[in-house]
Design a protein around this ligand. Structure first.
Ligand code: KG4
Ligand code: ZN
Length: 344
């Protein structure tokens, strides 16, 4: 049994995962309510929340699962990338628990956690039959939009990434422009339900260039111009169309690049993870693309897509098997480290 700790942004999360990747328990505290008045995540507030929440959450996870410390074989903690103050709370806590309980410690890259999430299992989820390494992994969240070839734990090749905003950030900023509230992605998704995705012709950044990179800043500017050209009544009237068209511009590019990567690599196993993979349009378009290309698509349940400690525990389990344990020198880092990814 591995205990996983995730505190890289604004979710405090603790999980117990066994050596088969089976999630015994996953408990999280979401800070959305705390950050909402500020319209975005405030780093100082986030780290203070983690400080208050983490130890009680660890106690709760152990009690819920009926697990004693003597049954734990290792500690996995997100050590990068993320908000440095938030990461620090998780890393210092994990290092202390490692000393107290004499347990091996593993620092995990948060994005690698997202990429491995489809391999988790529990009473109601198992990965699709035949889904295995190597696979294409699209990690889309508020902080990252990265496309990988995942050949195994520690063997992720970065094929493409956003050159400016992350997809989730683009959703959140648009929601702010339309005064939909925070966090924005889910509200845009809901707002788009009755809208026409063709109503507004928003730009598809880098859609037809030769790379597997993404760009969402042009889309954001175009949407801002469009919204500023409308009076409040018009905005309200066309809200659903604006949401649907904006969402479509993001989803279309994500799927186009996923399919392009599939053509280039020949990979028939795909996964889409990270908070934005909760998006209903992205989920249905990814499923359609997988059928079209006869690919196996793993879409983990939302609790494993958004930031969570189960994916960190699983990544830690793999690393421990590879002997890649950390020591008390482990320090958090705001960005990924050289060597985290292979290059094509
Ligand atoms: O992975 P995650 O929980 O945290 C980060 O590592 O960033 O992702 C959060 C992001 C936010 O930008 C949020 O707006 C977005 O995921 N998101 C969505 C949806 N649900 C969450 N974006 C689009 N549609 C959704 N339904
Ligand atoms: Zn994340």
């Amino acid at each position: 049994m591995i205990l996983g700790i995730e505190t890289s942004c604004d979710d405090t999360s603790v999980a117990l995962v066994d050596d088969q990747g089976y999630v015994k328990t996953l408990v999280s505290v979401n800070q959305d309510g705390v950050h909402r008045p500020f319209g975005g995540v405030v780093p100082e507030v986030a780290s203070r929340q983690h400080t208050e929440q983490l130890l009680p959450l660890i106690d709760r996870a152990m009690t819920d699962a009926g697990i004693e410390w003597s049954q734990i074989r290792g500690l996995a903690v997100t050590s990068r990338p993320g908000l440095i103050g938030s990461l620090l709370v998780g890393v210092v806590t994990a290092k202390t628990l490692s000393l107290v309980h004499e347990l091996p410690l593993v620092g995990v890259n948060h994005i690698e956690g997202h990429l491995l999430a489809p391999l988790l299992r529990d009473t109601s989820y198992t990965p699709p039959r035949d889904f295995a390494f190597p696979y294409l992994g699209l990690a889309v969240s508020g902080g990252h939009t990265h496309l990988f070839k995942v050949e195994g734990p520690g063997q992720c090749t970065l094929l493409g990434h956003t050159v400016d905003d992350a997809a989730g950030e683009a959703f959140d900023k648009f929601a702010k422009m339309l005064l939909l509230g925070f966090p924005g992605g889910m509200r845009v998704d809901q707002g788009a339900k009755d809208g026409d995705p063709k109503a507004f012709a928003f730009p598809r950044g880098l859609m037809h260039d030769e790379t597997l990179n993404f760009s969402f800043s042009g889309l954001k500017t175009a949407a801002l111009r469009q919204i500023e050209s409308m009076d409040p009544h018009e905005r309200e009237l066309h809200k659903a169309d604006l949401c649907a068209s904006y969402q479509e511009a993001i989803v279309e590019v994500l799927i186009a690049k996923l399919e392009k990567a599939a053509r280039q690599t020949g990979l028939k196993n795909w996964t889409v993870t990270g908070g934005v993979s909760a998006n209903s349009r992205l989920r249905s378009k990814a499923a359609e693309a997988a059928i079209r290309r006869k690919a196996v698509l793993a879409l983990p349940p939302l609790k494993y897509c958004t930031d969570n400690a189960a994916m960190i525990a699983l990544a830690g389990l793999y690393k421990m098997r590879l002997g890649q344990v950390s020591d008390q020198e482990l320090t958090p880092s705001a960005s990924s480290l050289p060597g985290d990814w292979l290059t094509p």
